[in-house]
Structures are given as C-alpha cells and as structure tokens.
Write a protein that binds this ligand. Structure first.
Ligand SMILES: Cc1cc2nc3c(=O)[nH]c(=O)nc-3n(C[C@H](O)[C@H](O)[C@H](O)COP(=O)(O)O)c2cc1C
Length: 302
C-alpha cells in the first residue's frame, strides 16, 4: 500500500478544507495526517497588535517552537505540504516544521506537492519553500496555489474583516466573501485525482504539466509586479524593527509605523505606480512577464 504524509496548519479551517478536498480521490492509500502545532498558539481571530507583531520573525523566517511532530513511518511515497503565506513568507508554523530535523529526514528523496490557500500573494513564500525543500534534498514535483480572485484592494478589506472577526462572511453584507471561493476549494479534488494517478504510476514527471493544462492556476501581472519588489522592502522593515525595537514599547512604536506604511503603500502608492507601470512599462516587457509567470507556475528553483 502506498504511504503518503500530509502536513498542514490552518487557523480558520480554510486550508484544512482545501487539503481534505485534495485527498478525496486517494482511496486505498495509507494517509498519515500531521497538524503543525505551535507551542504558543497564534490568536484567531487576530487583534491588530498580535497580527503586526508576527511580521518581523515571519519575514526573517525564524522558526517558532512547535510540538514534536509524530510520524507513522520513516519513508513516504509522497508528501503533501499545505501551508499559507504570511507577510510574503511561509507562515511561521510552516517555516518551523521545514526546519525540523525529523521532518527534513522524511523530505529527503521524496516527491513533494505544495498546496496553499492565500489571499493572492504567494510567489515569494513559495520561493522560500523551494529553497527549504532543496536544502532538505526533497523533490518538489507540484505546486497548487489557491487564491482569492477578487480585486486586490477589495480582498485586503475582506481579509481584514475575516481575520479580525474570525468570520468568513461578507463585510457589511455588501463586500464579496473573503478568501478562496467554495467553488475553487471544491475543485481541488481534480488536482488530487492527477496526484493519485501519478502516485499509483510512481511517476510525477508530468504532474505539474498536467495541473497547468487545466488552466486554473493564473498569476496576475500586477501581483507579480508588487511581489517582485515588496519582499525586499519587508526584509528591510523586519530588520529595522528587530534592531530598533529593543524594548516592548519601542517595538510597538516601530510596528505602528510599519502598519501606517503598509496601508499607505497598498492604498496610495501602489495604485499610482501600477497605473504608470501598466500604461508605460508593461507593454514593453510582455515577454519577460510571460517567462516570469511560467517560472512561478512551475516547480524549479532558479
Ligand atoms: C499574519 C498573516 C499574514 C498574511 N499574509 C499574507 C500574505 O502575505 N499573502 C497572502 O496571500 N495571504 C496572506 N495572509 C492570508 C493567509 O495566507 C491565509 O489565506 C489566511 O490566513 C487563511 O488561512 P487559514 O487556513 O490558516 O485560515 C496572511 C494571513 C495572516 C494571518
């Protein structure tokens, strides 16, 4: 019997739903499901202070303490790694398990599929994932990102409502629902079918190609543009906050400044820059944009 290891962490249950749908086609398979458990749980719903306080260490990928994960087996035929991006980086629980030696032993020489449920910015987080998997000598064979397809700034408003209330409902009854749509979550089983076939054939060579052929994984050009610059800025902010925030009071002040900066960048600066980019530079770089999108939709690390 084939053995698969499924590792994930979810606060609202959205990623658990995605993982569950993905697994529906796996019949007659030994599934070992492991939830990542932070020793100090993160709040959900989030309050503003805790939310921004998670930023520096998430971006600098400092591992938090987690309860030692318990695995049924030493080796697996496939590992499904479900995670979500936080601040353009893997969420802290995901980083922690990727730096856990027992988990890394299981990654070695094993096909791995990453599965994520994000707002819409996952490109940088996935680059970190690829690097960590490479360091553990795992073999990334597939990547399935599920996102909120609503207009970027609207999804900022709806996700703040969701994360701060814990309710995946329409803000004021008029905004769209936050997060990944029910339809997209349900359709994850289609990707699971492809993975199940590859598992039975012991051949994942064409897995990502078959996934992409369904034309369900798209990358928005504006998001590509934002992400190619924002992570560097986040790293500068994270280092500054850690360096200057030497007392709780100072850290709080710096996190407040970052919060103001973030809203200013999102709602004022980025619409202006994106308009100029779309009108002037984007038409001149269509080939480069296409190549970048292909790169991110695939699993290789540059
Ligand atoms: C602290 C924090 C930071 C987040 N940062 C991002 C981000 O950078 N990009 C993104 O697409 N989504 C981001 N999200 C949304 C998550 O990726 C995820 O979609 C949401 O939290 C639901 O995940 P869940 O399954 O754990 O409930 C963030 C969420 C949290 C809590």
């Amino acid at each position: 019997m084939k053995k698969i290891l499924v590792v994930s962490f979810s606060q609202s249950g959205q990623l658990s739903q995605i993982v569950e749908k993905f697994l529906t086609p796996f019949k007659g398979v030994d599934i070992d499901q492991v939830n990542i458990e932070p020793k100090k749980p993160f709040p959900f719903p989030w309050d503003t202070t805790s939310f921004y306080d998670a930023m520096p260490e998430t971006v600098l990928e400092e591992p938090i303490e987690i309860n030692p994960p318990q695995f049924k087996h030493q080796n697996y035929d496939l590992i499904i790694f479900g995670y979500q991006p936080w601040f353009l980086s893997p969420a802290m629980p995901a980083t922690a398990i990727l730096k856990n030696s027992e988990f890394c032993k299981r990654l070695k020489d094993t096909p791995i599929i990453t599965l994520l449920g994000a707002r819409n910015m996952w490109l940088n987080a996935q680059e970190s994932l690829k690097q960590l998997i490479k360091e553990a000598k795992g073999e990334l064979v597939g990547h399935i990102p599920l996102v909120d397809k609503t207009f970027n700034l609207i999804s900022v408003i709806t996700i703040v409502h969701w994360l701060s209330t814990g309710k995946k409902t329409k803000k004021w009854g008029i905004f769209p629902l936050p997060g990944v749509s029910e339809k997209d979550i349900n359709e994850t089983s289609i990707f699971g079918e492809i993975a199940e076939k590859s598992l039975q054939n012991e051949d994942f060579t064409n897995f990502q190609k078959d996934v992409l052929a369904l034309n369900k994984i798209q990358i928005n050009t504006s998001i590509l543009f934002i992400e190619s610059r924002a992570k560097t800025l986040f790293k500068i902010w994270a280092n500054t906050i850690k360096k200057r925030g030497t007392t709780p009071k100072k850290r709080k002040t710096w996190l407040t400044i970052f919060r103001i900066y973030l809203y200013f960048a999102l709602f004022i600066v980025s619409p202006i820059i994106l308009t100029i980019y779309t009108l002037v530079f984007r038409p001149l770089t269509l080939g480069k944009i296409k190549r970048k999108k292909e790169y991110f939709r695939n699993v290789k690390l540059n």
